[in-house]
Ligand binder design. Sequence first.
Ligand SMILES: [Zn+2]
Length: 435
Amino acid sequence: MFKFLVLNPSTKSDEIIKKANIQHKKNEFESVILLDKLDNPVEKLDVPSYYPSLEDDKSISVDTNLIGVNGILKLNSGVTIAFMDNVEVSFNGKIDILILKQWPSKLSNLIKKDTVSIDFTIDNLITRFRPRYIFASGEFHEYGPFRWESGAVSRFVSLSKEGEGKWFYGFNFPLVPTEVASQDLMDNPFIETLSVKRRVDQGENSESLPKRAKVSPQNCFFCLSNPNVETHMIITIGQLVYMTVAKGPLTRSNASMPFSGHGIITPVDHMSKNTKEVDAEMNEFEVKLFHKFKQNYPDFVLVVFDLNLEKNVHYHRQFLPIHNKFLEEDKFSKVLEEKAQTNNEKYNKNHKLEFKNVDAVDVDSQYISFKVYKDEVPVVYQSTIEDDSKIIDLQFPRRVLSYIIRSPKRLYWDKCQQPKFKETQDCEEFKKFFT
Ligand SMILES: [Zn+2]
């Protein structure tokens, strides 16, 4: 049995250390966990104490017994503590205690009735690792215990800053968790995510939902479960979909925008075609993107495109900001018509394209679509694909857009790939912008 003490410190570092030492004398803690860094303390803690740090410095400060941890810490006792707000998709071990800066969206929605958050990155982290204890900073609140389908049990504790409410929490941590009686369990707020996913999974065998594509998820470029997935490009992970920066972007960072802005929204599950549920969440992302661009880069218009085809390996949707000088009046419609005409007349073996304005795409059909967000409600263009045995110009959307932004050389994504450091930089800038 181990005992831990978790503290949410204010700037009164030395007083906090004295209080922690008094508690340690009585309880003999395995460690003290701090939700924030202490402010230049003079006093020394009598027990190793860990705080979230941006530097990966796990060396003990001998003067204070304080250790800054960036990411995951495995104690000699076998207990694993994770200090993170970012997903480390590559980590495959267990997490016993998770220390967060902000509340998970699901709990925030449930307890604070905050329904605006659509960033489920932390929720997905919790769903994946099912930590026994989850701590966050904020008003004091305890939620749980709640149980997972595996039988694992989690508890959530939010602590106020010292001086503003309950700011410390001591608990026993047996290496083998003790049983929790059913009547003591609360609803698991994260399970809904799983049941939505399961509905989609189960649907894969039925006729009404898209057939599984031939490329397996392990080899699929767009599958989050692919061990080779390029995690440095992930901007955020939602419930059913996730968002990344695009490889070989059409637009580049420039004097007016510090990142390319070209991104991809992809379903988490391996599916060839769009579904109503996926479409709804992608549309939420788009509206948020529209507002972010409007607020920060009012001269740019968000343009979205996708190909909804049975033949897709893994359905996805792309978006990019286009300067409004390229989209004056009905410029977009004209170019679209022109390029469709070229496709239909010059390449007569190609499937004919005829774009029509629709209120919303029909997810059950096959189509190529564009959305132009000059306003919160976009103008939607859809060309239905009736016969997918014909040649479909998969480059068509990129052909139209590279023409519009006068960058014909950017037509093929693999010809304009960026070095990894640039992709990482684009992604970091995008995160700052979006979250
Ligand atoms: Zn896939």
